[in-house]
Write a protein that binds this ligand. Structure first.
Ligand code: ZN
Length: 93
């Protein structure tokens, strides 16, 4: 009867694993405001009705922050370009 115990243990493990997976999925599901069906919270469009969804945790960056980031990135790019140009010019001398 030892064999059946091992088998039951495995079945129990599998059942618990499945429950955990389902709980994980449930944490990431929300109801579509358009059709009421379950959709994943990161989706931007409902797969059932095609309605637009707002993904959880998504916050559009505000314009001021975006502008600062743009200037910082331009600055870094220009500095890198100047550095490369200097290395090329100095290397030729
Ligand atoms: Zn929908």
């Amino acid at each position: 009867m030892k064999k059946s115990t091992v088998y039951e243990d495995r079945e129990e493990k599998e059942r618990r694993r499945r429950e955990r997976a389902e709980a994980r999925m449930a944490r990431h599901t929300v109801l579509c405001p358009h059709c009421g069906k379950e959709v994943l919270d990161h989706m931007t469009k409902c797969p059932h009705c095609g309605g637009e969804l707002t993904p959880a945790g998504y916050r559009p960056m505000d314009a001021k922050k975006m502008k600062i980031l743009k200037y910082v990135l331009y600055g870094v790019f220009i500095a890198a370009a100047v550095a490369v140009a200097v290395v090329i010019i100095v290397g030729r001398l």
